[in-house]
Design a binder for this molecule. Sequence first.
Ligand SMILES: [Zn+2]
Length: 279
Amino acid sequence: MGKADRRIALVAAFLVALLSARSDAAQEWTDVRVAGPFVCRADFPMQGLERLLGELAGLQNDLATQLGVRPPAEPIELYLFRDEPSYRRYLAYYLPNMPYRRAFFFKGQGPGKVLVHRSADFEVDIRHECTHALLHSTLPMVPLWLDEGLAEYFEFPPEQRAHGNPYLRSIKWNVRFGRTPRLDKLEREGDFSKLDQSDYRDSWAWVHFMLLGPPEAKAELTQFLADIQASGPPGVLSERLAARIPDLAHQFSSHFTDWRQDDPSGVKAMLGKMGGLVN
Ligand SMILES: [Zn+2]
């Protein structure tokens, strides 16, 4: 790093520090807890959230064991708001130029930050955004579709991820009629605002297939992420999968045709998702 670059970095670090000081001064946090790599601050008492906080600590472990993603080198800041008005006031003050979203993850020079307010989707939103935060804390980049597919997968509690996601019904229906979602089409989408609900569902489906389908698919995903982590050129995952699994579309279809659906709470979660935008 050259001298000029270092100066830019120092200025950026100073601005981040200034913003943090401003944040501490202006916002009173009622409760602070640590859960795995997450430092959680809330403007309400967090009694009763122990199970969820425990799950967040487990989420890091899940990403490590299932994807081989390294633990973050720095803490991730999680900010929880008692209701939507409180959350909106915070956004209006600190992020006045950002288009409104039901929950946020963002990362600049410093630690990643996740912002979520209490709602019917509180836990789903926290797990979704914290998955993004964990991925981006250690990977230099994540393809957009894979970023969202993984967040959609891990936003459910562990016992519901495999069989309880409401997307499963729709994907099973599609493969019954020979419709396999095009991974190469998802890979070409680089604009987050252009993703629609079917893109989220299809991204989730490819993640489900890779994590729970043929072992070669999981091995290819894991190696793809390892190449990104090592800052090597990862290539295109759809091409890597097709090279490793010649009958890829057939394998995808068989995976979902045979997969059992168990959906006691999924419909409620899907209805909640339709109520607001979450990235
Ligand atoms: Zn997302």
